[in-house]
Design a protein around this ligand. Structure first.
Ligand SMILES: Cc1cc2nc3c(=O)[nH]c(=O)nc-3n(C[C@H](O)[C@H](O)[C@H](O)COP(=O)(O)OP(=O)(O)OC[C@H]3O[C@@H](n4cnc5c(N)ncnc54)[C@H](O)[C@@H]3O)c2cc1C
Ligand code: SF4
Length: 447
């Protein structure tokens, strides 16, 4: 299939903030201390190797820098844009001791874009044709694994349930943060290596994996992500106007005008305090909500969202209602208001964070005619029926830490389905690791 998506025209153009140009990129790279055993490189879960590509940029070997990024990470551009660098490579950067870290994500993004602008192709396939491998799910984990195997000559088919590839890069992360055009360039690069992406092709049913075996696939990488949103179990949650962040973001990322209409001019309440909640709140503002509240049951500092996302949300006029949680959605057919209760922090729970407790007698009501629940997501119900692989109590696939092999020796798994909600760069890391283990397995070294 073609990975071009003429069908997709985001409601809001891909209006990402501007990045570096060549002069600014070289100037930024010149601030690098050229550390021995670069701490930034050690801090990248996917081994993108900033120390090396920054050094090359500094000495004006720009194509060499682009090659370093793209050989190590097929989603080098996407990671440059969405990685929480302040918690990873930039946190480790030695330059921080002098003034501020090198802007590694921004440099990485620029270099890949520069490669596209000059038509540079940094990765080429060289190997002869080998066995057939199947990949379930076309998110960053699946597509990375597919590319790594394809580069080594394996005949890879990616089976994707949705009608376009990319997983949460396309359907979750808003296109104003990660432009669809850039994402499609990275996906098309993978397709150009000969990876076959079959969309609208879910792998499901008890015999889903067995059928792949019958089709001649010698190994499987299973990376379907987590797509079943956890919902609040309170009165009124079936009212019209109460939706999950998954549905809301999917709709806006795929041009569903109905979602925009549903929120336009409304008072929206987003429930949750993570990055997904921030994305949903930002989109509600962009989609024309009159007012957007963010309801979170713990404290501001306990919010899992990044500091810069929180500050940006506050600057965009989103009203934070912290230490408060919804207890009832009110309305006849459609949501009209939300009854909430104040919370206070009690003793620490298993995660080490202080547990929120409702304070009796503190009920209050906010007017809201649209509510977006941005809690967590879990694996889709039917998936666990797939015979042959073991799942843990948290509903995640059990794998060997070292090889990502499941209880079924020919099936490997990674990304959110094994880690729980994680990061793009971690999905890329899993895709690389599993590809390596699959190759060893097929060469008879992995048994
Ligand atoms: C709103 C949102 C914002 C985020 N923001 C960031 C961010 O800023 N930075 C960051 O690093 N991470 C972010 N993440 C997390 C990141 O997107 C995920 O960690 C990452 O996409 C996980 O990759 P994956 O390949 O494991 O799964 P996914 O990206 O979920 O892809 C799985 C794919 O498998 C497909 N699939 C499911 N079931 C089947 C089946 N039975 N058969 C075939 N295909 C199937 C799905 O349709 C999907 O395309 C965000 C996530 C969300 C939801
Ligand atoms: S840690 Fe910072 S200063 Fe050191 S090599 Fe990496 S980017 Fe350069």
């Amino acid at each position: 299939m073609s990975t071009q998506s003429a069908e997709k025209a985001p409601l809001f153009s891909d209006e990402m903030e501007k990045g570096f140009n060549l002069t600014l990129a070289v100037e930024e790279a010149a601030r690098c201390l050229l550390c021995f055993d670069a701490p930034c490189s050690q801090a990248c879960p996917a081994g993108t190797d900033p120390g090396s590509f920054i050094r090359k940029t500094r000495f004006r070997n720009v194509t060499g820098a682009i090659r370093t990024i793209k050989q190590n990470n097929p989603f080098g551009w996407s990671c440059g844009v969405v990685c929480p660098t302040a918690k990873l490579c930039e946190l480790a950067c030695s330059r921080t001791a002098i003034d501020r870290p090198i802007q590694i994500g921004k440099l990485q993004r620029f270099l890949v874009e520069h490669g596209w602008a000059i038509g540079f192709q940094p990765v080429k396939k060289v190997a002869e044709v080998k066995e057939k491998v199947a990949v379930v799910g076309s998110g960053p984990a699946g597509l990375t694994c597919a590319r790594e195997l394809s580069l080594k000559g394996y005949e890879v088919t990616v089976f994707e349930k949705k009608n376009l590839p990319g997983g949460n890069l396309r359907y979750g992360i808003p296109s104003f943060r990660l432009s669809t055009k850039g994402l499609e360039k990275e996906i098309n690069e993978i397709g150009a290596l000969g990876v076959n992406i079959e969309t609208n092709s879910p792998v499901e049913g008890t015999d889903g994996l067995e059928k792949l075996k019958q089709q001649g696939f010698k190994a499987v990488f299973f990376s379907p992500g987590l797509w079943d949103p956890i919902r609040l179990d309170i009165e009124g949650s079936t009212l019209e106007g109460v939706v999950s962040a998954t549905a809301f973001l999917n709709g806006l990322n795929t041009s569903d005008a109905a979602v925009e209409t549903a929120v336009k001019g409304k008072v929206a309440a987003v429930i949750g305090g993570g990055s997904v909640a921030m994305d949903a709140a930002e989109w509600a503002v962009k989609a024309g909500a009159e007012d957007v509240y963010l309801l979170y049951r713990r404290s501001y500092t306990q919010m899992p969202a990044e500091e810069k996302e929180k500050v940006q949300a506050l600057n965009n006029g989103i009203h934070f209602l912290i230490l408060a949680q919804p207890v009832k959605y009110n309305g006849s057919d459609h949501l009209e208001s939300i009854s909430c209760r104040r919370t206070r922090l009690g003793a620490p729970d298993a995660s080490g964070r202080r547990r929120p407790e409702e304070i009796p007698g503190t009920e209050f009501e906010i007017t809201a005619d649209f509510a977006i629940e941005a809690l967590a997501s879990r694996s889709e119900e039917g998936l666990q029926a797939l015979a042959g692989i073991s799942w843990n109590n948290a509903g995640l696939v059990e794998v060997s830490d070292e090889t990502l092999q499941t209880s079924s020796p020919w099936v490997y798994s990674g990304g959110d389905i094994t880690r729980g909600p994680a990061l793009v760069v971690e999905a890329v890391a899993d895709g690389k690791r599993a590809a390596q283990a699959i190759m060893e397995h097929l060469n008879g070294k992995g048994e």
